[in-house]
Ligand binder design. Structure first.
Ligand code: HEM
Length: 427
């Protein structure tokens, strides 16, 4: 794919644009939303120019073709696109002007009315859910209760492959490892793993309404049954703690229970998987990163955040809560905003040498786990999984490379990479 490289390449006519949108801001950015694959070592490189100093601070993107833009608070009528670090930061942090209502509420397509909690809840209401959930995924809790299990699973999985000299790191490893951890944490039955991944794929990646609806019915029926089972038979896992928990001194309503368990299910399944696959792809294609992290394990922590910064798998959205003016442009209440993290994470006004992978980077406040009150609740868990994986992998498989002839095409986003065979020398 030849990606556009300047603003004039992406200007389009959009006769249905709202009247308050200046014509010179209308461009097609759908190619930068993670649906267009490439084979570059740095697959996010084609979007970096969108945070350049010469690019207008607000662009406007027509809806994607295919008519599914309306789903889950998406881009039905066209969205403002924010590409500069400072502006993305404002959208995530300024809850007076930007709302998260309706975000990722795929359940609406089958007529469900419960909210995705905490993601689609705005402050100040958001904080009661956040305060309820944070202790379950705090760094101290992870160190005490979850890291030993992460290490055990990762060692077991690496030792299974180490002597074989080959693995499909995306399909057989990245796809499975974080989901095993997540399912154990939640208390979900291990045999549901493939079914969960299949439902999630149909909901997020097929763009096929009938498949989405069938998968949503399947998963919500399962989750409601599972919640009922945990109500009757409590255990020490997270779903049980949630359904037996209290918010502001009262038990949770049925809507709150399904809203929380559903959104954890959606957020926890394939995000770390996509990150792992892209992390190994990058290391296999750029072996000096392997060497750097292997020779200096003290850099692994910083390396994890640098992988996250350079692999912003998600771009997220908000809606304007009121009319206001921004960068000389009139914004109307209800206007949609997409924050293009693959541009913001490489903004040269914020990051020195933004395209360089630098595990010693200081103040690496990137947007891959966003910022503001909705900052990813699973961030500590995700970072810990990635850190332990790197520590244990290098001990057993010090160097690896892409299997000769393998396809290294990747979707620079959550779709990521389905298969990536890696090989190494077995002593
Ligand atoms: C590398 C892996 C991950 C990435 C890149 C990621 C990314 C994100 C992003 C971008 C958001 C904000 C979305 C928005 O504001 O519109 C978010 C929120 C959230 N994530 Fe993650 N996530 C990851 C892993 C996880 C895991 C493992 C879990 C569950 C254990 C999780 C649970 C959540 C929850 C519950 C929220 C909503 C937080 C709130 O609204 O207060 N995430 N994540």
């Amino acid at each position: 794919m030849n990606y556009p490289a300047k603003l004039d390449d992406i200007r389009v006519d959009f006769p249905n644009a709202p009247a308050h949108v200046p014509k010179d801001r209308i461009v097609d950015i759908n190619w930068a939303m993670g649906q267009t694959p490439n084979d570059l070592v740095d697959p996010y490189e084609p979007f970096g120019w969108l945070s350049g100093a010469d690019i207008p601070r607000l662009l406007f993107n027509p809806p994607p073709p295919g008519g599914l833009g309306a789903i889950a608070g998406g881009n039905a009528k066209g969205n403002w696109v924010v590409t500069h670090y400072e502006d993305i930061d404002r959208v995530y942090c300024d809850n007076d002007h930007f709302s998260n209502k309706g975000t990722a509420e795929f359940q609406r397509v089958i007529g469900e009315t419960f909210r995705s909690i905490p993601l689609a809840v705005d402050p100040p209401e958001h904080s009661k859910y956040r305060m309820f959930l944070v202790p379950f995924l705090s760094p101290a809790r992870i160190t005490r209760d979850i890291e030993p299990r992460i290490r055990q699973v990762v060692i077991e999985m690496i030792e299974e492959i180490a002597d074989k000299g080959e693995v499909d790191i995306a399909w057989d490893f990245g796809r499975i490892f974080p989901v095993r951890i997540f399912m154990g944490l939640m208390g979900f039955p291990p045999p549901m793993l493939e079914q969960f991944l299949s439902w999630e794929w149909d909901i997020l990646h097929t763009g096929d309404l009938a498949k989405m609806q069938a998968a949503l019915r399947g998963v919500l029926t399962f989750l409601r049954g599972f919640i009922a089972e945990k109500e009757a038979n409590p255990d020490e896992h997270l779903v049980s703690s949630i359904v037996h928990g209290k918010i502001e001194g009262r038990p949770l309503t049925e809507e709150e229970k399904i809203g929380i368990v559903w959104f954890l299910w959606l957020g926890g399944l394939d995000t770390v998987a996509a990150t792992i696959s892209q992390m190994f792809r990058r290391m296999a294609m750029q072996p000096e990163i392997q060497q750097q992290l292997r020779d200096h394990p003290e850099l692994i922590n910083g390396g994890v955040d640098e992988f996250l910064r350079t692999q912003p798998i998600l771009s997220t959205g908000r809606r304007a809560t009121r009319d206001f003016e921004w960068h000389g442009v009139q914004i109307k209440e209800g206007d949609g905003f997409s924050c293009l993290n693959p541009a913001g994470n490489f903004d040269p006004a914020r990051f020195e040498n933004p395209r360089e992978f630098d595990p010693s980077r200081k103040g690496n406040r990137h947007f891959t786990l966003i910022g503001g009150v909705h900052i990813c609740l699973g961030a500590h868990l995700a970072r810990r999984e990635l850190r332990v994986l790197l520590e244990e992998f290098f001990k057993r498989i010090p160097t690896f490379r892409v299997k000769p002839g393998a396809d290294t095409t990747v979707f620079p986003g959550l779709l990521s990479i389905r298969n990536l065979p890696l090989v190494w020398d077995v002593k």
